[in-house]
Write a protein that binds this ligand. Sequence first.
Ligand SMILES: Cc1cc2nc3c(=O)[nH]c(=O)nc-3n(C[C@H](O)[C@H](O)[C@H](O)COP(=O)(O)O)c2cc1C
Length: 193
Amino acid sequence: MKKRIAKVLGIAGSPRKGGNSDILLDNFLKGAGDAGCETEKIYASHLNIAPCDENNTCHKTGECRIKDEMQAVYKRLIEADCIVVSSPTFFMGVPAQLKCLIDRCQALWARRFVLKRPLREDDKERDGYLLATSGLNKKEAFLGTKATVKAFFYVLGFRYKDEVLAGGIDKMGDINRQKGALDKAYKIGRSIL
Ligand SMILES: Cc1cc2nc3c(=O)[nH]c(=O)nc-3n(C[C@H](O)[C@H](O)[C@H](O)COP(=O)(O)O)c2cc1C
């Protein structure tokens, strides 16, 4: 029987394409690709998605009534075997563009926890990873981002498996001075199968 290829979905949370967290994500996805996974990257800031309007129709339907590019993202989130989120720290949390995507997952929360409908046919818990950067070189800089991403993974049925947190990183490309973080992102990606 042909082995199914694992689908790894990378969500780039920074509005700065090619920025520090994006470079970490590329390393992770390169590792996953080298391991034989199918990889895809989406940029939260490139999506034309409205913020959640808390209309709460989703509590009755399990669907978001806002028909924009988030509809295609739901499909990808449900089909992914592994999700890796990359994010800079913005005011102790994730950038607005990424938060917008995450908040729109309230419809999936409603499907699972209000309507008690599974998101997928199997109930296998999947693995999620966080790659985050911050200007501040203190672990406290990541507390907000970690809490948000953990909640995001929980709602989608993913466990928070591992993380790469790189502090003291500010200017574009600063991450290239942290070889340990780049190597760790690659290694985790390489090991996920
Ligand atoms: C709007 C904004 C808010 C920021 N807020 C924080 C912060 O609260 N704490 C921090 O340590 N760094 C903060 N930073 C710095 C970024 O987290 C840091 O430069 C990061 O490495 C950028 O990653 P990127 O290149 O992937 O966007 C902020 C940067 C911006 C532009």
